[in-house]
Design a binder for this molecule. Structure first.
Ligand code: FDA
Length: 393
């Protein structure tokens, strides 16, 4: 069976790409090994999908080549995707920091993308296992599956990264890239919770569920957002964000009192309420359970604050503003929202996502070494890279 375009992977990037090639009257086949399309879209944003962000900027993406994402993001912007969402009368709202979510359900986004594909006569092949992809001597590509061997002029790989294998993630894109001689940059889990060594994990597990607004930093990046203590370690938006910039073995610095001066607060408290206990003082700023654990963890005596020596005061202020933690790892691909690394963008045209050395072969979405921040940035990359490939394949 011959098609103009075959897209492998009916996730975010593949669906938008197939709808786009279809709209150009390119006879398109969309293949996926899963039963249904868009599984990650369905569970994203707690089932409401954070489908884009008002403030899409290239600086909010990680890539060996920081300029690479600019072209696709400017050819198909957040406003283009929002216009599509509005055309389908899907109600949405901004949660915070420009993050846009469906009012009702992520199912609406998948239904919209499937409808765009159907409208443009895209053929779907779900539950289809691919055994081989080849360049044909006469030009174009062939894709051998457990059902048929398909041929096409243009082949688009949109099979994503390694995060959440239980949702169908596979290294397929990397294997195809290597087969065609492309470098795949080392991959790791991104937007992922930290695990902690036992001496921290055990006491903090006692206060799991506590969320604190913090500034969390690595040597080259910082984020001010909430941190959530879990029974396995640390999570919440600030931790997920910094995890993409963290390297194994590094410390992270947590400022529990961002944008304010804890030293000044302590001094003032010592003069205005000298007999208050240290735990009770901290409990005015943090959850009581956390205040107690923090004091015990760092071996402070729970004395009236007037009895704190200057040395202990300085140590407390330093810990509150600069709590150094060395995670012992991350929860890995099992819970990671994204995969860092992937197909080296040096091999791709940033305008079209086409492989420079292999005409009519494209890589899009998370398979490529472009990873966004938390907050709708990754879906926008999927839409933008899918669109530009779709306009050129
Ligand atoms: P995606 O993973 O969506 O699709 C790949 C497709 O390829 C899948 O359908 C898969 O079945 C198929 N496939 C894989 N291997 C194959 C093979 N060998 N043969 C055939 N098919 C194969 N981002 C965001 O911007 N906002 C958000 O709210 C969230 N929330 C979120 C929650 C959770 C829990 C996760 C795991 C991730 C997010 N993300 C997110 C990230 C976002 O889901 C991700 O960046 C995009 O889905 C990537 O789109 P792709 O199309 O590249 O891959």
């Amino acid at each position: 069976m011959n098609f103009d375009v075959i897209v492998i992977g009916a996730g975010a990037a593949g669906l938008l790409c197939a709808a786009t090639t279809g709209s150009r009257k390119r006879k398109t086949l969309l293949i996926d090994h899963a039963k249904r399309p868009g599984k990650k879209i369905l569970i994203s944003g707690g089932g409401r999908s954070n489908f884009t962000n008002y403030y899409i900027e290239p600086e909010k993406y990680l890539c060996e080549n920081p300029h690479f994402c600019k072209s696709a993001l400017s050819q198909y912007t957040q406003w283009d995707f929002i216009a599509l969402v509005e055309q389908y009368k899907i109600k949405y709202h901004e949660k915070s920091l420009g993050q846009l979510f469906c009012d009702d359900s992520a199912k609406e986004i998948v239904a919209m993308l499937v409808s765009e594909c159907e409208k443009n006569d895209v053929t779907f092949a779900y539950q289809t296992d691919i055994s081989e992809v080849k360049a044909r001597e006469q030009g174009g590509y062939s894709v051998t599956t457990d059902k048929h061997t398909y041929t096409c002029t243009s082949l688009i790989i949109a099979s994503g990264g390694l995060s959440m294998p239980k949702l169908g993630a596979s290294p397929f894109a990397y294997k195809v890239a290597k087969q065609f001689g492309l470098e795949v940059l080392p991959t790791s889990a991104g937007l992922v919770p930290f695990t902690l060594p036992p001496e921290l994990k055990t006491p903090l597990a006692e206060v799991s569920g506590v969320s604190i607004p913090v500034e969390v930093s690595t040597p080259n990046k910082s984020f001010v957002e909430d941190m959530l203590i879990t029974h396995r370690g640390l999570s919440g938006p600030s931790i997920l964000q910094i995890s993409s910039y963290w390297h194994p073995g590094e410390e992270v610095f947590i400022n529990l009192y961002p944008g304010d001066d804890f030293g000044a607060f302590l001094n003032e408290s010592i003069s205005t309420q000298p007999n208050v206990s240290l735990k009770n003082l901290l409990a005015t700023k943090f959850a009581k359970r956390f205040a107690e654990t923090f004091i015990d963890l760092h071996k402070f005596e729970n004395v009236p604050i007037k009895q704190l020596s200057h040395k202990e005061q300085a140590r407390l202020v330093d810990l509150v503003h600069n709590w150094n933690i060395r995670p012992d790892g991350t929860e890995g691909y099992r819970t990671a929202e994204v995969t860092l690394g992937g197909v080296n963008t040096d091999h791709l045209s940033s305008k079209t996502m086409e492989v420079k050395s292999h005409p009519n072969l494209y890589f899009i979405g998370e398979a490529v070494d472009v990873t966004g921040w938390l907050g709708g940035y990754n879906f926008q990359w999927a839409w933008s890279s899918g669109y530009v490939a779709g306009m050129n394949a």
